[in-house]
Design a protein around this ligand. Sequence first.
Ligand code: NAD
Length: 444
Amino acid sequence: MRVSIIGAGYVGLVTGACLAEKGHRVVCVDLDAARVAQINRGESPIFERGLPALLARHAGQALSATTDLAAAVAETELTLIAVGTPFDGSAIDLRLIERATREVGEALRAKKSFHVVVVKSTVVPGTTDRVVLPILESASGKRAGVDFGLGMNPEFLTEGEAVGDFMEPDRIVIGAYDERAREALAALYACFPDAPVVFTNDSTAEMIKYASNALLATLISFSNELANLGAAVGEIDTVDVSRGLRTSRYLSTPLPDGTTREAPIVSFLLAGCGFGGSCLPKDVAALHAEGRRRGLPMAVLEAVLRVNAAQPEEVIRRLEKHFPNLAGVRVAVLGLAFRPDTDDVRESPAIPIVRALQTRGARLVAYDPAAAENAQRVFGESLELVDSLEKALVDADAAVLVTRWAEFDAVPELIARLNPRLLLVDGRRMLPKDRIARYEGIGT
Ligand code: NAD
């Protein structure tokens, strides 16, 4: 199928490259001309495992990029809208969606053949049918369900695992306003014959995406709240609590060979310094705001957000147990990305942690294997970044582990060799506490 994708960011570009790999012909559209040129050269503008190989293979062949949205819509049969949907502090900000929709609608005006428009961005339930549809109709002068099709197809990929997630989907959710949109989306995804497909309407598809993210965020805040309580009571380690919890038959399946297999969701039951990223915080906030707008208390999601906002301070509290005055103390921040295997620092807990330490006058040095450039954009010259774990640790008085990068497994050995007096605050409960002389962690 010939597909255009509006927005060549984490979702749009990964979707485009993977659909090209599956045999579709894809045009990615972006406002950013430099990004478009990079994609056309076969270079990846984002750090995402597996993406450079796909771009090298398909750029200039099955995958191209352009800034010309109208031409891309004209030459394709189906358009996926994958632009950003930020939270503006009080509600979801749909301006990028509205603008992209208007431009797609205007392009449809000149189009003779039937075209299907699909919202792939995460939007609050009701948006596709009540915001996108009327804009498309007025900009195109055509009717949804008659002259063009309309659908909603949320994306579940996780940054850092995006290519694998897309190529081996756990599910495909197809929301459709009309039968032809439903058929077109089913045909687009027929290349994933093993994935369960959920067919539904647009608003339910939108809700499925939010329900998925809200569940994960709720588990994280639940675990963090209990971890903080365990630490306050004393003699309770959240890692042991988690072990006991995870062996429950609801979370582990006994296998015939006597071992057990844990459900992947248990990884959201580990305490830490909070969730971040471009999705969970803004999606939970948007869903909470949408409920409040409709007069619902949204008490659970409110608590999820409140616990998460307070969690970075737990790290600072652990440091202050040892350094009541952090002014002049040299602190190494290990990890800036919101999760491992990505360069994305959007809403990373590293941001409030760095800011809190800066406010207290600590002397900071930070290391992240992939996110240094993006972090420099956030902090400017105020944050010293080094290019190796060793350089971060060697002269530090304390270190704070913020991101679960696999290479941080080497931290205990490096501390023992380079700087045995260093205090390590484990914000992810990633390291064995008995192997570090001065150890503090969330939930212990
Ligand atoms: P992003 O900011 O990385 O990319 C969006 C891109 O759209 C940008 O490159 C921007 O220049 C471009 N753009 C904006 N308006 C445009 C227009 N009118 N025409 C052409 N290009 C335009 O965003 P993202 O992380 O890919 O997220 C996109 C959507 O997918 C959001 O709704 C997000 O919530 C959702 N989502 C994201 C993830 C994730 O892990 N990043 C996962 C699932 C769903």
